[in-house]
Design a protein. Structure first.
Length: 202
């Protein structure tokens, strides 16, 4: 393709001379330009690849027994004995902590511990409690039997007052029949005066 300038009287004319041999080359150039534009447009409109979704973290499952232990083990810091049993936990509350001598009225010093027992049973709807009162051998056996029953019933009533169904708890007394220490000593008698709360999971 050549461009010529032809002088005229009033204006200059531009004449474009196209060599016929150049026409195929121009066509190829135009086609190549169009193809390039189409490729650029396709790349621009192509959506970005999606990242592989990350698997959701597995939920942490707390077993009922672990929950029960977490609820009751702090009672050891309050002076109670906590033991693991088959299917549950046993809490041993010293009689001197919960009751005055010869009384079945719960001492306020025991409220915090019994509140935690109630909290554990509320959190675990399948939990059931067997509450057993014990005494030492001082006094008549019949009196001790009755006192142990009344103390166990008092504990059940207190825990029920915190929202735990009474049907989930049993209360009984063993009197002086099941000592865990020697009644011949003051220390032994103190150990025998106790309330045991066995919490089981069904």
């Amino acid at each position: 393709m050549q461009i010529f300038r032809r002088p005229g009287r009033c204006r200059t004319k531009l004449l474009v001379h196209i060599d016929h041999n150049e026409v195929p080359l121009m066509k190829l150039t135009v086609v190549a330009s169009l193809v390039s534009l189409l490729l650029v447009s396709a790349c621009a409109t192509q959506p970005a690849p999606k990242a592989d979704p990350q698997p959701a973290p597995e939920p942490v499952v707390t077993l009922p027994m672990d929950e029960l232990m977490a609820q009751l083990e702090p009672l050891e810091q309050m002076g109670l004995t906590v033991e693991k049993t088959d299917g549950g936990m046993r809490v041993v509350m010293p009689g001197a902590m919960a009751f005055a001598s010869g009384s079945s009225e719960i001492d306020p010093a025991a409220y915090e511990a019994l509140d935690r027992v109630a909290t554990a049973m509320t959190a675990l709807s399948a939990a059931q409690a067997d509450i057993v009162g014990h005494t030492d051998s001082a006094g008549r056996a019949s009196y001790n039997q009755r006192l142990s029953e009344d103390r166990a019933e008092a504990v059940r009533a207190y825990v029920a007052g915190k929202g735990v169904e009474t049907a989930r708890m049993s209360a009984s007394g063993k009197g002086e029949a099941e000592p865990i220490a020697d009644n011949a000593t003051a220390e032994g008698r103190a150990a025998n005066r106790r309330v045991e709360i066995s919490v089981t999971l069904n």
